[in-house]
Write a protein that binds this ligand. Structure first.
Ligand code: GRF
Length: 221
């Protein structure tokens, strides 16, 4: 594991395919960020074994009680600069949000501010998108605040909804975009610093699921 560049800690509850995208990006030549810790609230989360395979330290949280003291200690010990929630299903304690305000990102599998909030995760998000008749969905990367899916939006990637989509086919198409968007945002954050990253604007919705222009520029300059 490289220790150069931005030190990124990831919180994940599930299989960790977004974590995998970050692990792959951090292992690529010229990467400007390193994963220094992966924390899960579920000991059986696939994310933990993915991290271990890449030599990244892992930790789990107790099932019950206040996570804040342990999370704060783990993140401080890892000297994390940026925290990424990649499929983390628990609300981050307010004390942790306060300690890492404007340095904590989440990825959500729909275009916020629609289709977010408590209980909107996994299949339910895509079911709601399909039920609404929306023709466009796609991932959102946003800052984390005290409420689920509410913080400032940093980047989105429009993905078309097909007329015959099921929640599964839509989820798979959005997930593919997630796996490119999340490393792009973290890479741009590492390359440009937080101030520049915080001035990202969501791209205009368009039919082409291409990288947002501001991120593409950041990554190629
Ligand atoms: C992703 O769809 C992400 O947007 C959401 O949770 C899911 C996690 O998937 N927050 P994975 O564990 O990264 O495969």
């Amino acid at each position: 594991m490289s220790t150069a560049g931005l030190r990124v800690a990831v919180l994940a509850s599930g299989s960790g395919t977004n974590l995998q995208a970050l692990l792959d990006a951090a292992a690529a030549p010229g990467a400007r960020f390193a994963l220094v810790l992966v924390v899960s609230n579920r000991p059986e989360a696939g994310a933990l074994s993915r991290a271990t395979q890449f030599g990244v330290p892992t930790a789990t949280l107790a099932r019950e009680g206040d996570d804040a003291p342990r999370l704060l200690a783990l993140l401080a010990e890892a000297r994390a600069d940026l925290i990424v929630l990649a499929g983390y299903l628990k609300l981050v304690p307010a004390a942790v949000v306060a300690a890492y305000r404007d340095r904590m990102l989440n990825i959500h599998p729909a275009l916020l501010p629609a289709f977010g909030g408590p209980g909107m995760y996994g299949r339910r998000v895509h079911e709601a998108v399909l039920a609404s008749g929306a023709r466009v969905s796609g991932p959102t990367v946003h800052l984390v605040d005290e409420a689920f899916d509410r913080g400032r939006i940093l980047a989105q990637w429009p993905v078309p909804v097909a007329p015959d989509d099921t929640p599964e086919t839509l989820a798979a198409r959005v997930l593919e975009a997630e796996h490119r968007l999340l490393p792009a945002v973290v890479g741009a954050w590492a390359a440009l610093g937080a101030a520049a990253a915080l001035s990202f604007t969501a791209p205009a919705l368009g039919p082409a699921p291409a990288l947002p222009v501001d991120l593409a520029d950041a990554l190629t300059s």
